[in-house]
Design a protein around this ligand. Structure first.
Ligand SMILES: Cc1cc2nc3c(=O)[nH]c(=O)nc-3n(C[C@H](O)[C@H](O)[C@H](O)COP(=O)(O)OP(=O)(O)OC[C@H]3O[C@@H](n4cnc5c(N)ncnc54)[C@H](O)[C@@H]3O)c2cc1C
Length: 383
């Protein structure tokens, strides 16, 4: 039996978040999005709504077992109001699910404050010379008495400028590719750390930046997971964050299409509402179709993870296509708004710029297609 129905618990959660997104987030979205400081007052409200602890240990304030569908619902529903804020549960989920493999001291230091919305933690994988080819990273973790000394440069890191710490991926000297890469938690006020702000065309409140590490000492307790297994671990976690990010983009697109539909009903040209012209209504119909298809692709990826089935290819499908669908839908909504679609007093152009980030962040379309192609071809080869 096939079912596309969410559970009563999921529907209640979605309704509560939808109210919050429309009443609290949407009215201030455009103003917040034009500033570079992250609104921690809203982060604490997210914590009160229970969205920051999804799938994280109950003893630290989380909901317990991993719950990818709830995470997807949170990202999609919050993005209707503010796509930047909506990335917070995904980030906390991604960071938290790695921190649980840290020492007790690290877990106690970071997880309760992350889940309570008091701090954020960045994920620092990309380097100036390695983005798509992430396992070519050069940052080194040199063994030192009582821990390691890290040196290297991380770039294009979301949350770098407002995070308390970063998960830094660094390699054992002399190792190559993914083997020998470990994950370390590095407080961003540690001696030897320099954070520099990078200005992007959107996502400003997320504090995008670079992190320079100059012989930064990380004690033994700062190692997350098994030594030398950091790369494999983060790739596994990307398998749920990718679908959640896809849904997040679609939530922002849905808000844009709703605004376009309202506008089309009231804007008149040649004596009739523009909604009566098929040039407008078919555009809405086409974008609504793409959104619906992309949405269920993402939920299928999350569901496969939930039931423990292979889902890496579906996660990649959910990461390359839905952000493009979302971008195109927002562009269509801008077009339907005529000159107002271009005006900064409306949120459409802001959503467009914010959603564009996810065509690159967390892996470009080409890299996702490499993963999907490996799966498609691999299945034919084993026949
Ligand atoms: C807004 C934003 C937020 C980000 N946040 C983070 C973060 O929090 N943490 C983090 O670690 N990183 C982050 N990144 C970095 C992001 O993950 C990388 O930018 C991304 O993986 C691409 O790497 P690159 O920029 O080095 O591009 P490159 O790897 O240099 O790629 C350049 C172009 O070549 C294409 N290309 C590369 N290899 C192939 C191939 N084999 N086949 C076909 N095409 C290929 C790519 O698709 C791309 O179009 C963020 C980026 C952005 C834009």
């Amino acid at each position: 039996m096939i079912s596309f129905e969410f559970s009563e618990e999921q529907k209640d959660f979605q309704r509560a978040l939808a109210r919050f997104a429309e009443k609290v987030l949407l009215p201030g979205y455009r103003d917040r999005a034009s500033r570079t400081d992250y609104p921690f007052d809203i982060q604490r409200q997210l914590a009160d709504l229970g969205v920051l602890g999804i799938g994280l240990p109950e003893k630290f304030g989380g909901t317990g077992a991993e719950d990818p569908i709830m995470l997807g619902l949170a990202a999609e529903t919050l993005a209707y109001g503010d796509v930047n804020i909506a990335s917070a549960p995904v980030q906390v989920g991604l960071v938290g699910s790695q921190l649980v493999y840290g020492s007790t001291a690290v877990q106690e230091e970071y997880l309760p404050r992350l889940i309570a919305g008091e701090i954020t933690v960045a994920i620092a994988l990309t380097e100036p010379g390695s983005g798509s080819d992430a396992s070519a990273l050069l940052t080194v973790a040199e063994p030192a008495p009582g821990g390691w000394r890290l040196r290297g440069e991380k770039t294009a890191i979301s949350w770098a400028c407002n995070a308390a710490a970063a998960l830094v991926y660094a390699r054992e000297p002399g190792s190559a590719r993914s083997s020998g890469v470990s994950c370390f938690v590095v407080p961003l006020d540690a001696t030897g750390v320099t954070v520099s702000h990078m200005l992007g065309m959107g996502c400003l409140p997320l504090g995008w930046g670079s992190i320079h590490l100059d012989e930064v000492f990380v004690p033994e307790e700062g190692l997350i997971g098994e030594h030398g297994q950091g790369f494999r671990s983060v790739m596994n976690h990307f398998d749920f964050s990718r679908a959640a990010l896809g849904l997040m983009c679609l939530g922002a697109a849905r808000a844009s299409l709703d605004e376009a539909a309202d506008y089309a009903l009231q804007r008149e040209t040649f004596g009739r509402p523009i909604a009566e012209y098929q040039g407008v209504s078919f555009l809405l119909a086409e974008q609504a179709t793409y959104l619906e298809a992309a949405r269920w692709l993402c939920y299928r990826a999350l569901w496969l993870r939930h039931i423990g089935q292979p889902h890496t290819a579906h996660a990649s499908m959910s990461k390359w296509w839905p952000p493009i669908v979302a971008k195109d839908a927002i562009e269509a909504a801008m077009k339907i708004h005529g000159n107002l679609g271009y005006a900064t007093e409306f949120p459409l152009q802001q959503r467009f710029r914010d959603v564009m980030a996810y065509l690159v962040a967390d892996g470009t379309a080409e890299i996702q297609k490499r993963i999907i192609a490996k799966d498609v071809l691999g299945r034919r080869r084993v026949k």
